[in-house]
Design a protein around this ligand. Structure first.
Ligand code: SF4
Length: 383
C-alpha cells in the first residue's frame, strides 16, 4: 500500500486569513517560505518555484505579470479542470500571494479552449476574490484569456504569443519570460496546481510541505489515474513513491506498463516498476499516469502518440515537423515488415536527434515515448 495519502488540495481554506498572513509576511518572507518548501512547478517541467519567483522579484520593470497556465492539454491529464471547478479561490489566492511576493500588478488565467464551459464559473470566483482583497487595500485585476485548442500553447512562450494575439508558436530562449514575458514585462507563468500549493504553503507553513516527499521531490502532487485500472480518478499523493507501490494500489493485477507523464512522458515496463521513482529524481509527471494491461497493443499506443504529435507540431522547426512524420511512417513500415527490424535503431537515432535539436519541449519530448516503448516492447512491433 502507498505509505501516505494526502488531503491538502481539496479541503476548504480560510482565504481571508491566508491573505492576511501573506500580507504580514511580506515579499521577502514569502519568497523564503516558497524556496524552503522545495515546491517545483507542477506542470511537468519541475522548475523550482522559489527560483522563478525570485528572478521576477529582482527583475526591473514598471509592471510585472502573473499568468496561471490552465491550458491543460497533455493526454491523460484532467486535474486542473477539477481544481478550477472545486478550488478556484485557492488558485486565485495563490496568484495573489505570488503577486505580493514579486510585486506584480496584473494577473491572467489562460484557459484551455475545451474548458470554456467554465468561464462563467471562474468569472464568478474572480468576483468573490476581488471582494476578499478590496478590504485589504489590495489591487490585483485578473483577466481570462482563452486558448484555441492547440497543445503547443501549454508551452509557456507559445502561450505568451497566443495571449498577445499572435500564432501560438514557441519563442527563442533567452530571453526567458521572467525577464521578458507578456508584452515584454517580467512574467511568472505557473500551472494551476502550483498556485494552489503556494496557497497551502502559506496556510500550513513551509515545513509541512518540505517534510513530505523526498529531497528532490518535496511535497504532494495531484495524479490523474487512467487506463486499465479499477480506480480511475484524481488522487493527491506524496511525491517520490515508486511505481511498484503505485501499481499495487491502482493496477488491475495485470499491469504490464505505465505511461508516466502522458504522451510526452516515458513508458515503464513491469520489470522496472520497483526501481522507478515517480518524481524529479526518477520520472517526473505533470500528473498523467496511464496504466496498460496485457490486452493492450503497445504498437497501437505508440502509433496514437505519434499521430497526436504530427497533428500538434506547430511546424516551425524542421526536426519536429519532419521528424514526427518520419517516426510515424517508419514505425508503420517496420510493423508491416516493409522495413527490417534494424530500422528501429535508425528511428531511435532520429528521435535522439529531435531530443537535442527541436526548438521546444514538444519536439524534444517525442523521444521519450518512442525510445521507451520501442526498447521495452520491441516484440510488439517487430514480428
Ligand atoms: S519543436 Fe515542434 S512544436 Fe516546438 S517549435 Fe519546433 S515544430 Fe513547433
Amino acid at each position: 500500500m502507498l505509505s501516505r495519502k494526502i488531503n491538502l488540495m481539496f479541503t476548504e481554506s480560510d482565504y481571508g486569513a491566508i491573505l492576511d498572513r501573506a500580507l504580514s509576511m511580506g515579499s521577502a518572507s514569502i519568497l523564503d517560505a516558497i524556496e524552503y518548501s522545495g515546491l517545483r512547478g507542477r506542470g511537468g517541467a519541475g522548475f523550482p518555484t522559489g527560483r522563478k519567483w525570485n528572478a521576477v522579484a529582482e527583475a526591473p520593470g514598471k509592471s510585472k505579470i502573473i499568468i496561471c497556465n490552465a491550458d491543460e492539454g497533455e493526454p491523460g491529464t484532467f486535474k486542473d479542470r477539477e481544481i478550477l471547478e472545486e478550488q478556484a479561490l485557492k488558485v486565485l489566492t495563490g496568484m495573489m500571494v505570488c503577486a505580493i511576493a514579486v510585486g506584480a500588478d496584473r494577473g491572467f488565467i489562460y484557459l484551455r479552449h475545451e474548458y470554456s464551459y467554465m468561464i462563467s464559473h471562474i468569472e464568478k470566483e474572480i468576483d468573490r476574490f476581488q471582494k476578499l482583497i478590496e478590504p485589504r487595500k489590495l489591487s490585483f485585476p485578473i483577466e481570462m484569456r482563452m486558448g484555441s485548442g492547440a497543445y503547443i500553447c501549454g508551452e509557456e512562450t507559445a502561450l505568451l504569443e497566443s495571449m498577445e494575439g499572435k500564432r501560438g508558436e514557441a519563442r527563442n530562449k533567452p530571453p526567458y519570460p521572467v525577464d521578458k514575458g507578456y508584452l515584454d514585462f517580467p512574467t511568472i507563468i505557473n500551472n494551476v496546481e502550483t498556485f494552489v500549493y503556494t496557497t497551502i504553503i502559506i496556510e500550513h507553513g513551509p515545513e509541512e510541505f518540505h517534510n513530505l516527499g523526498t529531497k528532490d521531490s518535496r511535497g504532494a502532487k495531484i495524479f490523474c489515474v487512467s487506463g486499465d485500472t479499477p480506480k480511475p480518478g484524481i488522487y493527491e499523493l506524496e511525491m517520490g513513491m515508486n511505481l511498484e507501490d503505485f501499481v499495487r494500489d491502482f493496477g488491475d493485477g495485470d499491469t504490464k506498463a505505465v505511461q508516466v507523464g502522458g504522451s510526452s512522458g516515458y513508458c515503464v515496463p513491469r520489470k522496472l516498476f520497483t526501481e522507478t521513482i515517480i518524481g524529479f529524481e526518477g520520472i517526473p509527471t505533470g500528473g498523467s499516469m496511464m496504466l496498460f494491461n496485457s490486452s493492450r497493443s503497445m504498437y497501437n499506443i505508440l502509433k496514437g502518440y505519434l499521430e497526436f504529435f504530427c497533428e500538434e507540431s506547430c511546424g516551425q522547426c524542421t526536426p519536429c515537423r519532419v521528424g514526427c512524420q518520419q517516426l510515424l511512417k517508419g514505425l508503420e513500415a517496420v510493423k508491416a515488415s516493409e522495413k527490417p527490424s534494424s530500422y528501429l535503431k535508425r528511428l531511435n537515432g532520429l528521435a535522439g536527434m529531435m531530443e537535442i535539436s527541436a526548438k521546444c519541449g514538444l519536439g524534444q519530448s517525442v523521444a521519450h515515448p518512442f525510445k521507451s516503448i520501442t526498447e521495452h516492447f520491441t516484440e510488439e512491433i517487430v514480428y
